[in-house]
Write a protein that binds this ligand. Structure first.
Ligand SMILES: Nc1nc2c(ncn2[C@@H]2O[C@H](COP(=O)(O)OP(=O)(O)OP(=O)(O)O)[C@@H](O)[C@H]2O)c(=O)[nH]1
Length: 855
């Protein structure tokens, strides 16, 4: 045994990814081992581990433990224990009271419902991660851990957090996201430790208020009867909605039923609006899926797809554990009772089949992975699939309704009440709030009624604070407390405050409906009509002529581009209609001026609805070309630029530049399950085009060019939903650069997909090496590191203060595991910093400093 200065030399042993089912005998005899890495093996037991009595760090992540290995209690020098991503259900008493030196405990991604009481005796514990388990309560033992600095509890079943936990001053990092919390409400928890501590301090010193609010989202196809239901439920009478009164964008209303405050969000059913819907589909809401039963056709499979499956899939991808109540309207228009009942039965049956099929698809993919020789390389994908398997989207029984009949509206209302009162379905609808929250909310409402805040509701943060302090009649509020309350109100949709957008950090939209009205100005099905309706007087103020309007319309129709002046005129016209006071200054704020972009565009860009055609960073220094149709030079448009709305494009790009696909093109395919979310492609394109110059965008296609390397991105809606990134097989000298470009797009895609937690995707690149027909499986989610390992690169992490930098080295060889070719190229270094910026250090440096990357 190695001796150093008379002491045994300490050893770190790496036995990760060895498919081990038992501990190797040779290692057990070596007491010099202080760190043992057994990550990604097939261990179920740890027989003999106690022999490694000097072990300080034991990594057992991603193994197959379903019973806690009791031998661990004998490792009394243990400081770090990683048991994440196993199948543990229980940890018995009598383990942790032996581990007096334990500082780190990672138990995430197991099936634990509780933790043993003796964990409290690990007085040195600084870090605990029990995310993605089944905890219903915070284990009391946590309250004894006075040195605990980091605690992660995401994705459990917690309803309450104990105030005492936050009295511990040592605690610096805490997260309990995605728990059904009511005390403090999860919208407060999302504000972080500071807001939680302030919440408990306010609760302890003043009265608390119990509030039952339900965000109710009405989704479904156009003309299904969403607005009719919304208005009838609110007005308690059968309201007939006229055809000209179609919903544009989203309409928000409020109504009180018994002790519940319902916030109705009526989403427009026309396709033009789908792009923005997902932004507002939020967790912990009741989704009412409205289906027009009269037009629903049993024999037409497309009818179910369009009226039901599409919506369920989109809800599932965005908020996987939603509660959906399908409501069948127009029953009075069904030819007979039998037809109506047959349709109900058909819809319910198909929903069940659809959910079953989805699980089967997931299962199949999981089996495919487990059968692979190198299954452990796909751990992250399997994990993602596992979490999708666990997701519990609840689709309730279909309710039939004739919206013209008030009795039936009342019956629906009772059914909704029944659902929201059911603790099994909505475990924590009642939220406990400090009294101050209620006071501030009602003061803001009051200020609006008394017109102390302008009708459009856009108010600077400082001014709002002053007005609340002048009018609130309670003790002086400090800015930090107001910010906490505004964050909460924003999260529940009462006001809107995008503090993450630097130009909007000091602007509060206290009337979300006005903000949505602004959106509606531009994202709407009848935009051309609206442009035609702009009065002459507004055009004159905008220094535009009628012939300019024709030009705007032409440009919009052919290229989905809106000139800045057109937007400005539309906003002016709107403000004239809704607001009587001081519109000029607010107009400039909204639409900008020569030097500044304006808040409306900050928002549209933040939500990736449009792409500013005037480049403003080094990312896109010469973005002079845009198609479809012909060469487009943004400078021709207007000195204030113009905006491209890719989702409004109807023509594919002319294939003149790309010509035809070729047999030996490099192809990267991205498969989506259950489908490509609405708006995903358009947003990916907006992100991608910010990297490349020049670019051409068309319907479901985008061509980008860099250093003469052409890359075509296509969305394909075939049976297998996928996207394709295609480029010409490059010359050897261009290989490295070409893959850099592809990887940059993959990074964009990976980041974007995080906004759809119920979405699964896999990336494959069919191998082009002679005699090899194997698809190269790309990792997704966090699996990039696996990929890098497999492809001869390496992954290293380093910390520099609070910035965590990850270096990903791109592969040296062609992506084929069976026959690695020798046409090697040297690895490139990708730096991704904490804000999500990537820079690729090659001779052809791409400096990716895209603000949208992490949004
Ligand atoms: N006879 C009958 N008519 C209904 C019923 N429900 C809705 N309607 C009518 O159907 C038409 C469309 O209803 P809306 O409520 O505007 O539909 P929507 O789903 O909001 O449509 P979008 O605004 O396009 O998304 C209106 O004329 C309603 O009066 C119903 O149960 N029976």
């Amino acid at each position: 045994m190695a001796q150093k200065n008379g002491f045994e030399q300490e050893k770190n042993v790496d036995l990760s990814r060895k498919k081990l089912k038992a501990l190797p005998e040779n290692i057990l005899g070596d007491t010099s081992v202080v760190q043992l890495d057994l990550d990604r093996n097939k261990l179920k037991t740890l027989v003999g581990i106690e022999k490694l009595r000097n072990l300080r760090c034991l990594i057992l992540s991603k193994n197959e433990f379903s019973v806690f290995p009791q031998e661990i209690s004998l490792l009394q020098n243990l400081e770090k224990l990683y048991l994440n991503q196993n199948k543990l259900q229980v940890i018995p008493e009598g383990i942790f009271n032996q581990l007096h030196h334990l500082k780190l405990l990672k138990l995430s991604l197991n099936r634990l419902q509780d933790l043993p009481g003796d964990l409290g005796q690990c007085s040195k514990l600084q870090y605990i991660n029990v995310s993605h388990n089944l905890l219903k309560e915070i284990p009391v033992s946590f309250l004894e851990l006075r040195n605990l600095e980091e605690l992660y509890l995401e994705d459990n079943k917690l309803q309450k957090l104990p105030p005492k936990l936050f009295e511990n001053k040592a605690l610096q990092k805490f997260s309990a996201a995605r728990n059904p919390l009511s005390e403090p409400p999860d919208e407060i928890c999302a504000g972080g430790l500071k807001q939680i501590r302030s919440y408990f301090s306010q609760i302890s010193t003043s009265e608390a208020d119990y509030i039952k609010r339900v965000k109710t989202m009405f989704l479904g196809c156009s003309m299904a009867g969403k607005s009719t239901l919304c208005r009838s439920l609110k007005q308690q009478q059968a309201v007939a909605v006229e055809l000209k009164d179609r919903t544009i964008g989203i309409e928000i209303t409020e109504t009180q039923v018994k002790d519940f405050r319902f916030h109705f969000w009526d989403f427009a059913g026309q396709e033009e609006y789908y792009l923005t819907h997902h932004v507002f589909i939020t967790p912990q809401a009741l989704v009412i899926l409205v289906i027009n039963l009269a037009s629903y056709q049993i024999e037409e499979p497309d009818s179910f797809k369009k009226d039901v499956a599409f919506w369920i899939n989109n809800i599932l991808m965005r908020v996987p554990d939603s509660v959906v109540l399908p409501v069948g309207t127009h029953v009075d228009k069904c030819s007979s009772l039998e037809v109506m009942m047959a349709k109900k039965e058909d819809i319910e049956k198909r929903i069940q089949q659809m959910m079953k099929k989805m699980k089967e698809n997931i299962q199949l993919r999981m089996e495919n992975f487990s059968e692979k020789n190198d299954a452990e390389l796909f751990f992250d994908q399997s994990n993602k699939l596992n979490s999708l398997m666990d997701c519990d989207l609840q689709v309730l029984d279909l309710v039939l309704i004739d919206c013209t009949n008030i009795k039936e509206i009342k019956r629906l209302q009772n059914r909704i009440l029944e659902i929201v009162q059911n603790k099994e379905i909505f475990p924590s609808i009642e939220k406990k709030l400090p009294y101050l929250y209620k006071m501030v909310e009602s003061t803001i409402t009051d200020l609006l009624i008394r017109k102390e805040i302008p009708e459009h509701g856009i108010v600077p943060l400082g001014e709002l604070l002053d007005k609340i302090n002048e009018n609130g009649g309670f003790k002086k509020l400090i800015e930090d407390d107001l910010k906490d309350i505004l964050r909460y109100l924003h999260r529940i949709g009462i006001i809107m405050w995008y503090e993450e957008i630097s130009t909007l950090a000091k602007t509060i939209f206290v009337k979300p409906s006005f903000l949505i009205t602004l959106f509606k100005l531009i994202v709407r099905h009848d935009l051309v009509e609206q442009l035609e309706k702009i009065p002459k007087a507004v055009l004159v103020r905008e220094r535009a002529l009628e012939k300019d309007v024709h030009k705007w319309i032409r440009q919009y129709r052919s290229n989905a581009i809106l000139d800045h002046k057109a937007v400005s005129a539309l906003v002016k016209h709107l403000l004239q209609q809704v607001s009587s006071d001081g519109e000029d200054d607010i107009l400039e704020e909204i639409t900008g001026n020569r030097g500044q972009k304006g808040k409306l565009f900050n928002l549209l860009e933040h939500f990736e609805i449009c792409l500013a055609m005037k480049p403003h960073t080094s990312l896109n220094p010469n973005a002079t070309v845009f198609h479809p149709g012909r060469r487009w030079d943004y400078m021709d448009c207007h000195s204030n630029g113009a905006y491209l709305f890719p989702s409004n494009l109807r023509n594919a790009i002319s294939m003149g530049i790309w010509k035809n696909d070729k047999e030996d093109d490099i192809r990267v395919l991205v498969y989506f399950l259950p489908e490509v979310p609405q708006g995903f492609f358009a947003r990916l394109i907006i992100r991608t085009c910010s990297l490349f110059s020049p670019h051409w965008v068309g319907f479901q296609t985008c061509l980008v060019v860099s250093n003469s390397v052409e890359l075509l991105i296509k969305e394909k809606h075939e049976e297998d939903q996928f996207m394709e990134i295609r480029c010409r097989r490059p010359r050897v000298t261009d290989l490295r650069f070409t893959w850099d470009l592809i990887l940059a797009i993959i990074f964009k895609l990976k980041k974007l997909s995080e906004q759809w937690p119920g979405l699964y995707y896999s990336i494959r690149s069919p191998c082009r090496t002679k005699n090899c027909h194997e698809d190269f499986p790309w990792p997704d989610q966090d699996g990039l590191s696996d990929y890098m390992d497999m492809a001869e690169g390496e992954v290293s992490t380093c910390s520099e203060g609070h910035r965590n930098e990850t270096e990903l080295l791109f592969p040296k060889a062609e992506r084929c595991r069976r026959r690695r070719t020798k046409e090697a190229w040297s690895p490139n270094v990708y730096n991704i910093n904490a804000t999500g910026n990537i820079s690729i250090g090659t001779n052809n440096t791409i400096d990716v400093k895209d603000q949208n990357f992490d949004s």
